[in-house]
Write a protein that binds this ligand. Structure first.
Ligand code: 2AM
Length: 180
């Protein structure tokens, strides 16, 4: 949280799919197998996640608002198959994603995005590109790397805070919502 005298306490927040620890380890191992060691900087295992809706700076009243919006989301549990390696040239990040975005994931992102718009967060107009960033500062496209597919059962989503800690960024889930 920010804490300037007289300032409103804000947080940097986003909604995400948050893997169980065992899956975070599996993804970290897969990244090590895929990317040569000298390429880029790995996202630390405990930070691995897939963003659904990025909010940025959030006031306490807005946090209550987005939490209420999340309460209204109706999506049944589904499976997300991570079966694709990708690279975004501009932010220079490598990621895992999926060949086919499940309709349930689109619905989840869309419901959350619409709810957050009501709380003052402009909706994202770009098509949702599911990606779980595994490494940053990769200057050159590593090309198409073959991924051993991982089936990730999605039973919940999280509101996550991004916090500066020990000279780096650490992501902390604040609250989970179960899909039913
Ligand atoms: P990235 O993994 O592609 O960098 C916390 O910062 C999470 O929110 C990260 O997953 C990051 O995506 C994403 N994020 C950061 N800034 C963003 C922005 N302006 N729009 C969308 N997502 C963003």
């Amino acid at each position: 949280m920010t804490s300037h005298p007289g300032a409103v306490e804000t947080q940097r927040l986003f909604f995400a799919l948050w893997p169980e620890e065992a899956l975070q380890s599996q993804i970290a191992r897969m990244t090590t197998a895929l990317l040569p060691n000298h390429l880029g900087r790995r996202v630390s295992e405990a930070n691995l996640h897939c963003t659904l809706v990025f909010l940025g700076t959030v006031r306490p009243d807005q946090r209550l608002c987005v939490e209420a919006a999340a309460d209204t989301v109706r999506v049944e549990p589904f499976t997300l198959t991570l079966d694709r390696f990708g690279y975004f040239r501009r932010p220079q990040v490598a990621w895992l994603g999926c060949q086919q975005t499940p309709p349930s994931l689109r619905s989840l992102v869309s419901q959350l995005g619409q709810g957050c718009a009501v709380c003052g967060f402009p909706p994202e107009h770009r098509d949702y590109a599911v990606h779980l960033t595994v490494a940053r500062r990769i200057a050159r496209d590593p090309g198409q790397l073959l991924v051993m597919p991982i089936d990730w059962p999605i039973t919940r989503f999280a509101l996550v805070a991004s916090v500066h800690e020990d000279g780096g960024l650490r992501y902390h889930p604040q609250r989970f919502w179960e899909l039913t």
